[in-house]
Design a protein around this ligand. Structure first.
Ligand code: FES
Ligand code: FES
Length: 212
């Protein structure tokens, strides 16, 4: 039987078998790259894998943030933005990431009572400071008046910008602002709403100001 005889060639794998075997080996190497303990097992080394091991962050620094009245002692990469620290490290996801470039206002939180764009601030810059997110304003059963007013005035559609709008609106109550709608629009101009709920947002803010 010659090499040219197709019967002498090893059986070619089916497409399905190929995908199954190559897919599982790629998955194993990807997982192993992220989980050193598993990499040892894949490589055949013995020994129990540690459980609940905290991720090792090279160059991590300790910081403490007081968020919504609760102290959080954290170790973070010094390049972590306040936004990512709030969302990813502390797992408070009410604060939204829109542009991540200081242009939309979706990430607005309060630091020491003043509004800041959390995507433009490093968490490290606020070590020891007091941060308030939308979760710290009120609860579904006991809403902040601004939250209740947004609800009553239907001041949102998709809701993605809403937490940032509300944080800015609450901060605005303590800022110098004329009584007319134009003044409110000016001070809220850093908060973009792609759904265009601006009219109702201004109405919601004015209602709170009138009742205050
Ligand atoms: S996410 Fe911060 S301003 Fe857009
Ligand atoms: S409600 Fe959709 S972006 Fe503002």
């Amino acid at each position: 039987m010659s090499d040219d005889d197709p019967k002498s060639l090893p059986p070619s794998p089916t497409r399905r078998k190929f995908l199954l075997t190559s897919g599982s080996s790629v998955a194993a190497s990807l997982v192993a790259a992220y989980v050193p303990a598993l990499a040892k097992d894949v490589g055949g080394e013995s020994g129990p894998a540690p459980t609940n091991a905290a991720p090792i962050i090279e160059g991590a620094v300790p910081i403490t943030l007081r968020i919504n009245g609760m102290d959080h002692s954290l170790r973070i990469d010094p390049r972590t933005t306040l936004l990512d620290c709030i969302r990813e490290t502390v797992a408070l996801t009410g604060t939204k990431k829109g542009c991540d470039h200081g242009q939309c206002g979706a990430c607005t939180v309060h630091v020491n009572g003043k509004r800041v764009l959390s995507c433009l601030n490093l968490a490290l810059m606020h070590d020891g400071e007091e941060v308030t997110t939308v979760e710290g304003l009120g609860t579904p059963d006991a809403m902040h008046p601004m939250q209740a007013s947004f609800l009553a005035c239907d001041a949102y559609q998709c809701g993605y910008c809403t937490s940032g709008q509300i944080m800015s609106a609450v901060a605005l109550l303590k800022e110098p602002c004329g009584s007319d709608d134009a003044s409110v629009k000016e001070l809220m101009s850093g908060n973009i709403c792609r759904c265009g709920a601006y009219g109702n947002i201004v109405a919601a803010i004015q209602q709170v100001r009138k009742n205050a």
